[in-house]
Write a protein that binds this ligand. Structure first.
Ligand code: GDP
Ligand code: MG
Length: 162
């Protein structure tokens, strides 16, 4: 048993990943899921949800003072998102690498933002930036019951135990 928000630094590390409204509108749901799935990470929770501006503001609590905050809240609440929890070794940091830099113009080709978008204000995807934000975000968007702890028969082909 482990906290459903995950245990950073273990094989049960968890990260909150969300396809933002523009990613949903642009038909990139399967592409995003595919990148995490093919890497070997395990999807442990997923739902489509249309966030209210209150939920968006809570999600981006740490950015409250920024000039772009009102626009960000409107953007995040502008349509349904696909909220997910992914699990696996180093998923928080590696998940950020799969996303690419916040500004898509700085994001490397081969990353989701590098390959699929053009501006910071429409950068298609969110990912937790550390263990504390992962715990806050998973706890905010999902209940414990919505996060499934399960093993896959292929796990030992993906992660060696030494
Ligand atoms: P992230 O963790 O890479 O998503 O980046 P941040 O946590 O710094 O910012 C959260 C989100 O706010 C980003 O993904 C962008 O959608 C948005 N954002 C950040 N900086 C700017 C900005 O300068 N202008 C606008 N319009 N949006 C921004
Ligand atoms: Mg962030």
């Amino acid at each position: 048993a482990f906290p459903y928000t995950g245990v950073a630094g273990t094989g049960n590390e968890r990260s909150f990943i969300a396809i933002k409204p523009d990613g949903v509108q642009r038909g990139l749901i399967a592409e995003v899921i595919s990148r995490f799935e093919k890497k070997g990470y395990k999807l442990v929770a997923m739902k489509m949800i249309w966030a209210t501006e209150e939920m968006a503001a809570n999600h981006y609590d740490d950015l409250k003072g920024r000039p772009f905050f009102p626009a960000l809240v409107k953007y995040f609440a502008s349509g349904p998102i696909v909220a997910m929890v992914w699990e696996g070794p180093d998923v928080i940091k590696t998940g950020r690498k799969i996303l690419g830099a916040t500004n898509p113009q700085a994001a490397d080709v081969g990353t989701l933002r590098g390959d699929f978008c053009l501006t910071t204000g429409r950068n298609i995807i969110h990912g937790s930036d550390g263990p504390e934000s992962a715990a806050h975000e998973i706890g905010m968007w999902f209940t414990e019951k919505e996060c499934s702890a399960y093993s896959r028969s292929i796990d030992s082909w993906i992660v060696a135990d030494n």
